[in-house]
Design a binder for this molecule. Structure first.
Ligand code: WTA
Length: 706
């Protein structure tokens, strides 16, 4: 616990010690969690913490893996350490050299200007991200090489729709849509909102924005209308691009209908969308307003496929992407052009050991609505001239082997997914991957949450045939690209650890005063030096940017995760330290869910916490106090769950919902969340309840098991 602003260290921390299991498990009971007043074991993936603390299996890289990948980009741990030391000692020299691999219309005058918390990278330089992703390859003679592979979800005739888009075709399609955006009056610097399914036209629209110097805000297609309203208002978008519908598990998600609902409520709030471009995907009947709505195929029909790339400043906005924080309002994370381009492409090249001429096919299973899709389906992949695969639908449609069918069909070499998906695959059973030829795979990756060693080993054996290296990549919407990750031919991996910082990343575990902690001591994960793709702010909220990331520890970027570093220097992420929970690898603010619950007339108060969940890692537990007029019933529980889903999307639907006459609070009125977490996890609480105001509330919660 924090006492007088200082971190109280446990006896274990004060002594230097070796990595013995007894000591580590003692650590698990004491310091790791004690220093985080708002964090408990139940906030971290269900099985991960206990097993993470015991894990000591090492998987060293071997030469056969490097050969399979077409040769190592970084050959050994020694080489990694030497390069890392240099990158941190001389960031300008290091990144200046890396950036030479990209096309710049005007060179920089200085690589970095750092005035904490404001970083400017490649100052004075001009470039265009779309040019580096596409045009450059066309100019270098690769117009006919495939850059994007797309597979649709429906399999009406047994075979899905597949598209292979070569760089030349991408250039034409992007240019046409870029011209269409210009014709609709889109100007350099404005933010276009994209709310689409996983269709090729989504990256095409993103790149079209980049091409003309406009920025985009992609909204995940699983979000309902209220999420569109908030984000459009914040970004002040005048133009929105959507689809009639999106395919998901055989049914249609009514995207245009959601946009219509959002546009109506936007008008009521004094903001009118001027143009809504609609891609026909599902041929679902939709409402149409001829003054505002345009078919995608109509707007591109009259446009030429010539559209020069606008020269933009390295620090011009490339996109805003909204992510949950610890208040009810999502944060619009701002990323700019030069630094984000260099860092995402370089991390993709090194972390995945990509080579342009080695028959690599890279598949990241994330949705482009999240940062993983932005960085490792689109922006990090295309500049490397390695085909990037995107799949439209669900992993279990029409059956649980769909992903493995895709791997076999497209001879996927690199497969990048989330631990929650791996746990679902485990549950579905190994018979599904066994039905398909997965011999093309050379590298596996994970992202989004700590991976429990059981899932890591299953992934390694059942999907990677004990042959493929696994890269467990730690990063965030705010970091733009991987910040802690193994390099596949250099870093020995240990299941559950994301291992070592990427080049240029000065990561550390510190206490509340910013002092670095000794090995195996839980603390705050920080980054002490700027890196090229770091966030450049929260859109329209300077103070929140400073408060969230830069105030708690002066001069350092606070990631918001608790972690420890072992005696090898490897990082072990323990989970969020704020009121954000990580549900199926997606960030969700508990306050957002609470606000959604309270917006229902039957609810007077709600508290939301994370609880262990077999597949999702963390599930959502909601404790709800009803108004006097409302009557508790199973039907009302179902209605409230549905209500949350309609406000925030299915991701936020509570897994467990309990009615309670009162919430346990301290005398000062603070809800005792740790206690609720214990109740949700079915544990006897060890927390001191001496300040608990209403012991009756706790007793009632305990007795009120679902
Ligand atoms: C968590 C996703 C452990 C972490 C790219 C972080 C991870 C949040 C890992 C960011 C990992 C991401 N191991 N935890 N390899 N990767 N996280 O912004 O809590 O959606 O702060 O970015 O996910 O989530 P975001």
């Amino acid at each position: 616990m924090l006492a007088g602003g200082c971190v109280r260290r446990s006896a274990v921390d004060r002594n230097s010690f070796s990595n013995s299991r007894a000591q580590i498990s003692l650590l698990a009971q004491s310091s790791t969690f004690d220093i985080f007043p708002r964090m408990s074991i139940s906030q971290v993936s269900s099985t991960s913490v206990e097993s993470l603390l015991k894990e000591d299996r090492i998987f060293p890289p071997h030469t056969a893996q490097a050969d399979a990948l077409g040769g190592a980009n970084v050959e050994s741990l020694e080489q990694y350490h030497a390069l890392h030391a240099r990158s941190v000692a001389d960031p300008s020299g290091f990144w200046g050299e890396i950036a030479q691999d990209f096309e710049w219309f005007k060179p920089w005058t200085s690589v970095l200007e750092w005035n904490c918390p404001d970083a400017k990278w490649f100052v004075g330089a001009q470039t265009n991200v779309c040019f580096n992703a596409i045009d450059r390859h066309v100019l270098e003679g690769h117009a006919n090489d495939v850059g994007l592979i797309w597979e649709g979800e429906p399999q009406a005739s047994g075979m899905p729709e597949v598209r292979h888009l070569a760089y030349g075709e991408l250039q034409d399609e992007v240019s046409r849509f870029a011209n269409a955006l210009k014709a609709l009056g889109v100007k350099k610097g404005e933010i276009v909102t994209l709310y689409m399914g996983m269709v090729p036209e989504l990256p095409i629209a993103m790149l079209a924005c980049a091409r003309i110097g406009a920025a985009h805000s992609v909204i995940f297609g699983g979000f309902p209308a209220p999420s569109i309203v908030d984000r459009v208002l914040d970004a002040k978008s005048r133009v929105i691009v959507t689809c009639d519908g999106a395919w998901r598990r055989g049914s249609v998600v009514p995207l245009k209908k959601n946009v219509d609902e959002a546009m109506q409520s936007l008008v009521a709030q004094g903001h009118a969308i001027e143009h809504c471009v609609v891609l026909k995907r599902t041929a679902t009947p939709i409402e149409w307003n001829a003054a505002r709505d345009h078919w995608w195929h109509d707007v591109i029909a009259k446009e030429s496929s010539e559209c020069p790339c606008e020269a933009v400043d390295a620090e011009d906005l490339l996109f805003v992407l909204y992510t949950s924080g610890s208040t009810g309002k999502p944060k619009g994370i701002r990323h700019t052009s030069g630094g984000y381009m260099v860092y995402t492409a370089y991390t993709a090249r090194m972390t995945f050991n990509l080579k342009p001429n080695a028959n690599h096919v890279f598949w990241c299973t994330a949705d482009i609505g999240w940062v993983t899709g932005h960085s490792y389906i689109v922006y990090g992949l295309l500049p490397n001239r390695v085909p990037t695969l995107m799949y439209e639908g669900a992993p279990n449609f029409p059956a649980e082997d769909r992903f493995w069918e895709i791997v076999a069909r497209h001879r996927v070499t690199h497969f990048y997914t989330a631990p929650t998906a791996i746990r679902a695959f485990m549950k579905w059973g190994e018979s599904h991957p066994k039905k398909h030829d997965l011999s093309s795979l050379k590298l596996l990756g994970t992202v989004g949450e700590p991976i429990n060693p059981e899932a890591w080993i299953w992934y390694h054996e059942q999907i990677g045939a004990s042959r493929c290296p696994i890269v467990d990549t730690f990063w965030q919407t705010e970091t733009g690209g991987h910040v802690i990750t193994p390099l596949p031919c250099a870093t020995p991996t240990v299941p559950g650890s994301c291992t070592l910082p990427f080049f240029g990343i000065d990561a550390a575990i510190v206490d509340e005063t910013g002092n670095e902690l000794p090995p195996n001591t839980g603390g705050l994960l920080v980054i002490r030096k700027p890196w090229p793709s770091m966030l450049r702010g929260i859109h329209g909220d300077r103070q929140r940017f400073i408060d969230t990331y830069w105030s708690r520890i002066a001069g350092m970027y606070l990631a918001g995760d608790g972690a420890r570093r072992d005696e090898r220097g490897y990082f072990w992420i323990m989970g969020r330290i704020d009121d954000v929970i990580n549900v199926s690898g997606h960030r969700l603010g508990t306050m957002e869910v609470e606000s959604a619950l309270v917006s229902h007339p039957a609810v007077v108060e709600a508290a939301v916490v994370g609880m262990p969940h077999e597949i999702k890692g963390t599930g959502i537990a909601a404790f709800v106090t009803l108004s006097l007029q409302a009557t508790a019933s199973e039907a009302l529980k179902a209605e409230l769950r549905e209500h949350v889903s309609s406000v925030l999307g299915a991701i936020a639907r509570p897994d467990m919902l309990r009615f309670t006459a009162a919430l346990p609070k301290t005398r000062s009125g603070k809800i005792m969340r740790r206690l609720l977490r214990d109740v949700a996890a079915g544990k006897e609480s060890t927390q001191d309840t001496s300040t608990l105001d209403d012991f009756g509330a706790l007793a009632a919660l305990r007795g009120n098991d679902e």
